[in-house]
Design a protein around this ligand. Structure first.
Ligand code: GSH
Length: 190
């Protein structure tokens, strides 16, 4: 199997952490370079990473890749509650990606504009809801939702897009997650 992605993407990092012990070749592309954009277009019309290739099968989107890998690698399925957790993690992550793209396009993301306000409010709401779920022990195991939460929090720090360190349950979860295998090796800062 081959994973096409970038080392800085939180959506790619989740798949790398999930497939920790399995031999999957990683193809690293710079999605904003001309070559990377060509590679992306050739492999995913939506032009997003990650993309998984398994022989003749190509799968787009981290969530669908996860579902594909459940069968392939005999991973445990998520409960409905975990599916909901993943949905809100994805929503916050998508909002932060949008904010980053606006920033890189020269917009002042601190302006009082509907689009920016909606993204900031969504991220804040989701982080508080996730903190409650950490307290409820929903993230005690290092399963896929925990991996995705960690990737979101670490990426928000790395890109300086959202402050969550003052939310104690999230901070405790994060400090513990830093000790998990492959977390250091997949750090987007290196
Ligand atoms: N829902 C997608 C989101 C993937 C995504 O947003 N990837 C970003 C990188 S973090 C991307 O490829 N962006 C390219 C673009 O927006 O042009 C997933 O879960 O895989």
């Amino acid at each position: 199997m081959k994973l096409i992605g970038s080392t800085t993407s939180p959506f790619v990092r989740r798949i790398k952490l999930l497939t920790n012990n399995h031999p999957i070749k990683f193809v690293d592309i710079d999605i904003f370079s001309e070559q990377g954009a060509d590679m992306l277009s050739a492999n995913n019309p939506a032009r997003k990473v990650p993309v998984l290739q398994d022989g003749d099968v190509t799968i787009y989107d981290s969530r669908v890749i996860f579902n594909y890998l459940i069968d392939k690698l005999s991973l445990p399925e998520m409960t409905w509650q975990q599916q909901n957790l993943l949905t809100i993690i994805d929503a916050a992550n998508d909002s932060l990606v949008s904010i980053l793209l606006c920033q890189r396009s020269g917009f002042d993301i601190t302006e009082d504009k509907l689009f920016f306000n909606l993204q900031h409010q969504r991220v804040e709401n989701v982080l508080l809801a996730l903190a409650k779920q950490v307290e409820n022990k929903a993230f005690d195991e290092w399963h896929y939702p925990s991996i995705c939460l960690f990737c979101l929090l670490d990426w928000a720090l790395f890109r300086n897009l959202a402050q969550w360190q003052h939310i104690a349950p999230l901070n405790q979860f994060y400090q513990h997650a830093l000790t998990q295998s492959l977390v250091k090796e997949t750090d987007p800062r290196i």
